[in-house]
Design a protein around this ligand. Structure first.
Ligand code: MG
Length: 234
């Protein structure tokens, strides 16, 4: 069956793991305190703090308590939707101030454009919130890339390593899994997508991993590439 949709992971696939770990997360950790102190009375922020307070027992006026808790969650890389919303707000301000741009590997934009020209619909799938993914591609090294994507998926679809998640994504796109190519740097994610019936390609970025593509290639059923220009879509 012909591939008519492509779903790509971001971290380690379109973009370096280093950027997320060395730039985005340290920035959020450093700035979350000032952000909460300055904006805790704004409606969007307060709404999130109320939800976190309900779950954790923190009183709303305890601003420093929230700061401490959020810093701890960032350090733990806690998978929490409210934390992700707040991080997204912190990053949005930084992107808009031009403090940094989101890393995208140089081979990616041109290939995504080529796929889109062939009327393949493109989607991203990441554990980052949809809002963070949209920000990421809006403020990328290659400018605003959002027009390349038809949609974004986050873990509200399910865990990245669960087979059912990929069935859910296929259903959301309204296509048979066999028509969808999933691209990732993570073997377990690829195995799950394959088990759901999707086509797969394993991206190994030498900048991000010590895996040897040649060694991996002989051991796996997934096609292995080191850049998007090598990905075959047929
Ligand atoms: Mg990844």
């Amino acid at each position: 069956m012909k591939i008519v949709a492509i779903v790509t992971d971001i971290e380690g696939t379109t973009s370096s793991i280093g950027f997320v770990h060395n730039v985005l997360f340290p920035y959020a950790l450093k700035q979350i305190g000032n952000f909460i102190r300055e904006h805790h009375e704004e409606r969007d922020v307060m709404r999130i703090l109320v939800r976190i307070g309900d779950r954790t027992g923190l009183a709303l006026h305890n601003t420093e308590g929230f700061v401490k808790l959020l810093q701890q969650w960032i350090r733990e890389d806690k998978d929490d939707a409210d934390l992700k919303l707040l991080e997204g707000m912190v990053w949005e301000r930084a992107y808009k101030q031009g403090l940094f741009q989101a890393h995208v590997y140089a081979d990616v934009p041109e290939v995504l454009q080529k796929w889109q020209d062939r009327e393949c619909n493109l989607y991203s799938f990441s554990s980052a919130s949809i809002k963070a993914q949209q920000l990421y591609f809006r403020f990328s090294d290659f400018g605003d890339m959002r027009l390349l994507f038809s949609g974004y998926f986050d873990t509200t679809m399910g865990e990245k390593r669960d087979v059912q998640t990929y069935a859910n994504i296929a259903q959301a796109i309204a296509l048979e899994p066999e028509c969808i190519l999933f691209i990732s740097d993570d073997k377990d994610e690829l195995d799950a997508a394959e088990a759901a019936g999707m086509r797969t390609t394993w991206v190994i970025r030498p900048q991000d991993t010590s895996l040897d593509p040649e060694r991996v290639r002989v051991k796996t059923t997934h096609p292995v590439v080191t850049g998007f220009e090598q990905i075959e879509v047929a």
